[in-house]
Design a protein around this ligand. Structure first.
Ligand code: BG6
Length: 462
């Protein structure tokens, strides 16, 4: 392979995954229930083809083989999440020894294969008992999370040097409290703001615990899905709409995480609309003093917006969309299976924004990927020939490379995901992996993109 785009030395090549989406063994070895186990039991029809999270790709039992495959496709790093409900069933109290053993085994297996483990503490999977106590609306839960984070740092911090407090914390807010695609299926802007705020207090508390332990060479960050907002036009009404979207969905987490405070424009809107969350004395200082060391950015799609066309229905609940409309740009390139636009330059725009407005903080692409339905139709001689995925990655990496040449502080590129996995309400509809999973036999086969990324990783470029 001739290398046109060379990446900085030590660049992280790998992928990300999450506990609920890959572990399986949902009721084994003392794991407690989380909201996904519970919601699936209650409403299986909300999941594609009625498939729930009990088995997924069975990483709990097959981690050794999977880590071998990661090595085979050139991973030098891998992000996974700890299942809070597995480590501490019920979320508070006794640590589950079997879980400690499992996560120790995974970490040690990764390290012995020269794959650096990155650990994320929370990927959408609130222990059920803590959701019943109010989830992120409850300070008891926020404190329980801080305790859980401390336990993880103490248990695994001798070997794990890259930590994340949350993956895409805006998603449980959107899904669980606004748009009805996560449990607890609440539609309430006030409560959504409280949940978002509680999450960032939890983030700061975990960072405080982390710093107190002074783990050698270790860093802590957060993973945000920074979805750039593009206005339809330069009309001031469209610009205003795009700015509000950016405040609601990006800066509501990015600013407190990196700068330790909320943007004043956002605070004004929240006050004006009567959405101010309950805050405690000391919160402001806590946020200010406990910012992240580095950032993970998940990038899938842009958000195109325009000024609102019609007056919102006064009888309908207040929603973020009362302030803007989504805009379908003519000619946009789509991933039709997921319904997401593909816009590679978005990655570059994020990089420049972080460089210019967020102190050029150290960051990496913690997720990027393409879910495709019915991938079996691309099988030739037993292997998925996913040329579309290779093109997708190439096009994004080209823009990422350009941003590095312009001085952006990018440390790596992780794909979503290693092996086809269970996707929340979409279950196994769309396949994302470098490795194909046969759901019936649990057989794993490396796709063409897996062999391609191996070369990219070995050459540190393409
Ligand atoms: C990210 C999440 O939002 O996107 C993953 O961190 C998720 O958990 C991925 O699986 C792809 O989205 P989806 O909904 O197609 O699974």
């Amino acid at each position: 392979m001739t290398v046109k785009y060379k990446f900085p030395e030590g660049f992280w090549w790998g992928s990300a995954a999450s506990a609920t989406q890959m572990e399986g063994a949902a009721k084994e070895d003392g794991k407690g229930l989380n909201i996904w186990d519970y919601w699936y039991e209650k409403e299986p029809t909300r999941f594609f083809d009625g498939v729930g999270p009990e088995v997924t790709s069975d990483f709990y039992h097959q981690y050794k083989e999977d880590i071998k495959l990661m090595k085979e496709i050139g991973h030098n790093s891998f992000r996974f999440s700890i299942s809070w409900a597995r480590l501490i069933p019920g979320g508070i109290g006794q640590v589950n020894k079997k879980a400690v053993e499992f996560y120790n085994n995974v970490i040690n297996e990764l390290l012995s294969n020269e794959i650096e483990p990155f650990i994320n503490l929370f990927h959408f999977d609130m222990p059920l008992e803590l959701q019943q106590k109010g989830g992120w609306e409850s300070r008891e839960v926020v404190d329980a999370y801080a305790e859980y984070s401390k336990i993880c740092f103490e248990l695994f911090g001798d070997r794990v040097k890259r930590w994340f407090t949350f993956n895409e914390p805006v998603v449980p807010v959107e899904g669980g409290y606004l748009y009805d695609f996560h449990y607890p299926n609440v539609v309430d802007f006030n409560r959504a703001v409280q949940v978002a705020y509680g999450t960032m207090i939890a983030n700061a508390k975990a960072i405080k615990e982390f710093k107190a332990l002074q783990l050698e060479d270790a860093k802590i960050g957060i993973v945000l899905n920074l979805t750039p907002s593009y206005p339809r036009s330069s009309n001031p009404a469209d610009l205003k709409a795009a700015n509000i979207v950016d405040l609601f969905f990006n800066r509501s987490f990015l600013d407190p995480a990196v700068r330790g405070e909320y943007p004043s424009e956002l605070v004004e809107i929240i006050k004006r609309e009567g959405l101010v969350p309950e805050m405690l004395e000391g919160d402001k200082q806590l946020l200010k003093e406990n910012t992240i060391d580095f950032l993970g950015v998940n990038y899938y799609q842009p958000r195109r917006v325009k000024a609102k066309e019609c007056m919102p229905n006064p009888a309908a609940p207040l929603m973020p969309d009362n302030f803007f409309d989504y805009y379908e740009m003519p000619g946009r390139k789509m991933n039709v299976y997921r319904g997401w636009e593909i816009y590679e330059k978005g990655i570059y725009d994020i990089a420049i924004n972080l460089k210019e407005n967020y102190g050029n903080i150290e960051w990496y692409i913690s997720e990027n990927g393409m879910g495709v339905q019915d991938e079996e139709r691309f099988i030739v001689d037993g292997r998925v020939e996913d040329n579309y995925r290779i093109d997708f990655v190439k096009d994004h990496l080209t823009w990422l490379h350009k941003s590095i040449e312009e001085g952006c502080n990018v440390k790596g590129y992780h794909m979503w995901t290693f092996i086809d996995n269970w996707s929340w309400s979409n279950a196994y509809k769309n396949r994302y992996g470098f490795i194909q999973l046969d759901l019936k036999t649990q057989k794993r086969v490396i796709k063409k993109s897996g062999y391609w990324i191996k070369q990219v990783s070995e050459n540190n470029g393409f």
